[in-house]
Write a protein that binds this ligand. Structure first.
Ligand code: FUB
Length: 353
């Protein structure tokens, strides 16, 4: 069941109301945009050197019509932001890397992430190559704010979108990646690219849902170390969620955080617009589905990261409060609470928690 489509009636209504100023007065948002000078989305947040760094997509209006492949998300560069604490004004560190500086890139710089190891910062980014196939690249810098220099080739064996890099307590790093529909994950069913792979997951209602991928990163953080595996999400009986479980199955925008020794795999359900979580005992999964923890935001996409800052947990996310347009988003942050039983308290982006 589709609740909204790219270019939904909801977005059009919001845009009309926003234009005459009545929408922002009528709607109560849980939090306000962190950055207003440019449009930002898909915020991956990290603490580096005691500061909060945000690695978002940089939305802009390329004039590309909306479609289910997400062609209207035609981003060309990244800006990195830092802030001293929650509540402080984010500092824009300028262009960290541009499409033209990535030798193998074609178009569409989508949701990035970052990591640190041994004095080097790593920026991971999905972009379509010159054959229009999404791959994941890596770029390095001596500063968390960049500028970053891209490797000459994408990470060997990488595909699809939305890399999220998690470093475990033992120092080992893992990348979670993938997204269906415009993110092309459905074209990689057998580990090989099939341009004729189903356009979406909709034709596979009774088969296990397409899984996010997980892979260990090599010590140099620039390669995959070992096989790419499925980050399987199962129900309480250990059965994989199915393609038809649109309210619960993985769509895109994964993240990993560890809480009380458990691995919390969180993701967007895409066309049903929830953020969901599943918990496991290994970074590779399987992860047992637990529920939603954030209700749909304003806008089609929903993408988040979760970090701990001074003993409190925060979720960085986006909506379309500033523009009312699907592809022109703004980053936000709010507190996230783990309950005593390990569940995550529901967040309502339009009101209370
Ligand atoms: O920003 C482009 C895409 O939209 C991201 O890669 C997805 O996660 C969704 O937020």
């Amino acid at each position: 069941m589709k609740i909204k489509t790219y270019g939904s009636i909801f977005s059009i209504a919001v845009a009309l109301l926003a234009a005459n100023g009545s929408y922002s007065q009528a709607v109560k948002y849980l939090s306000q945009p962190l950055i207003t000078a440019i449009y930002t989305a898909d915020p991956s947040a990290h603490i580096f050197g005691g500061k909060i760094y945000i690695y978002p997509s940089h939305d802009y209006d390329a004039g590309v019509p909306e479609n289910d492949n997400g062609d209207h998300f035609a981003m060309r560069d990244y800006h990195i932001f830092s802030l001293d604490s929650i509540g402080a004004k984010p500092v824009d560190h300028g262009v960290a890397i541009d499409l033209k500086d990535i030798p193998w890139a074609g178009r569409q710089l989508w949701a990035p992430d970052a990591a640190y190891k041994n004095g080097t910062y790593y920026l991971y980014f999905p972009v379509k190559d010159k054959q229009d196939v999404f791959r994941i690249g890596v770029a390095t810098s001596k500063s968390p704010a960049g500028p970053f220099k891209a490797e000459a080739e994408p990470i060997a064996g990488s595909y699809s979108i939305d890399p999220a890099v998690f470093t475990d307590d033992d120092g080992a790093s893992y990348m979670y990646f993938g997204g269906i529909w415009g993110g092309q994950l459905q074209r990689w069913a057998n580990g090989k690219y099939d341009a004729n792979g189903s356009k979406t997951d909709l034709q596979k209602d009774d088969a296990p849902a397409i899984s996010c991928r997980v892979v260990k990163l090599s010590k140099d953080m620039k390669h995959f170390d070992g096989a790419v595996k499925d980050a399987l999400v199962v129900d309480d009986n250990g059965k994989p969620l199915l393609g038809k479980d649109h309210d619960t199955r993985f769509f895109e925008g994964s993240w990993m955080h560890k809480f009380n020794g458990k691995y919390y795999f969180t993701y967007s359900t895409g066309d049903t617009h929830f953020l969901a979580y599943a918990v496991g005992t290994s970074p590779f999964g399987p992860f047992t589905y637990k529920g939603h923890f954030m209700l749909p935001v304003q806008g089609w996409t929903t993408h988040h990261s979760i970090i701990e800052i001074k003993g409190k947990w925060y979720i960085f996310y986006h909506d379309t409060q500033l523009s009312g347009k699907t592809h022109l988003r703004n980053v936000k942050v709010t507190e996230l609470h783990h309950n005593a039983d390990g569940s995550i308290e529901m967040i309502d982006p339009f009101g209370g928690k």
